[in-house]
Design a protein around this ligand. Sequence first.
Ligand code: ADE
Length: 305
Amino acid sequence: MAENGEKKESPTSPTPQAVKKKRPEDFKFGKVLGEGSFSTVYVVRELSTGKEYAMKVLEKRHMIREKKVQYVSREKEVLSKLNHPFFVRLYFTFQDKEKLYFGLSYAKKGELLPYIVKLGSFDLKCTRFYSAEVVSALDHLHGLGIIHRDLKPENILLDADMHIKITDFGTAKLFIGNEANEKGRNSFVGTAQYVSPELLTDKRANKSSDLWALGCIIYQLLSGLPPFRAGNEYQIFKKIISLEYEFPSGFHEVPKGLVQSLLVLDPTKRIGCDQCGGFSSLKSHEFYEGIEWESLPNQTPPDLL
Ligand code: ADE
């Protein structure tokens, strides 16, 4: 310590770039929060600070064998760019001989999906609030040139205060420059129910593909089920490319108009896309009247009843 009580600078003081790597022994591992095909997420407590994290543990051998190295690098690259309350944050990474470790924000209330299942559906107020948080998150994400590509209620987590934290960036796409310059086709197709028609026909995803998923999610929050349903993926895909879905009776007219403006086959004609006035037009939709966009993270979410 220096005389004034401040920490004295010394040649060995860690610089922000050279903070000591953490190790598995620095944490007490708790229950499994989720299991992927080549990763497991645990809740952990850091022994020195008492802080809780969601620790994603990936087995190197498994990643290499399953050719998933690219997905893991993508996830780390994208998460490192994100610093916004509506996204899971990557606090640190380290590795040992067999495994990679990602220290993520712990979203204590888990996935959004079980809440929809348990409640049957959300009322207008809750749908407005939670879909507004997703809109706000997508506005930020797309502004950074990132497309999520697998947005669904399983990837929307809830923190201790019941605000959203979007996760799973393994299949996200990062655009350097303009997305229109993107030449290649993608082999990746997200989860069947939320996949956009352009991904099925041109194998090309763009920012608008996340808006299609948003339309599916708003429909699901209000009705309990996603709009395109069938016994198998092929039948779901057929319905998506022919826009074959119906609104249950009693579906409120205002969100119905919004869903109809999002579930448009032409990705350049979806509300919120660059060609349609961007996010400001989406945020100005009648459904979101009264939403204070900037302060969403600081608002008290409506109770899910
Ligand atoms: N399941 C997967 N990732 C999680 C996280 N970050 N927080 C809580 N549950 C999770």
